[in-house]
Write a protein that binds this ligand. Sequence first.
Ligand code: FES
Length: 109
Amino acid sequence: MSQFHHVLDCADLPAGKSLAVDLDGLSVLVCNVNNEYFAVENRCTHQGAELQGGRIRNGMIACPLHGVLFDVRNGCGKGPLGRVPLRTFAVQVVDGRIEVSQEAAAVPA
Ligand code: FES
């Protein structure tokens, strides 16, 4: 059974922004896409750069180092440099609190 940990409050993360949090020693990037929240590992699968600070548009984050785009909703990258998807984490919002689990996010249909 998945265990969720409170990592941020919704008020701390405006739409289009992301923040890195620690989840059991792992750096996880929590992203606000049109007030829906998603979490991915804060480490690019191309060459390991931190994704924090990358611009988010239309649910895609641009890696700050080489600009590869990853969909924060399902972890999928674009193009040959993004062929290895990001690890995703399940997110739930309870009373304005963002909670993240080590469990993989359900992939949207
Ligand atoms: S390290 Fe992220 S695109 Fe190269």
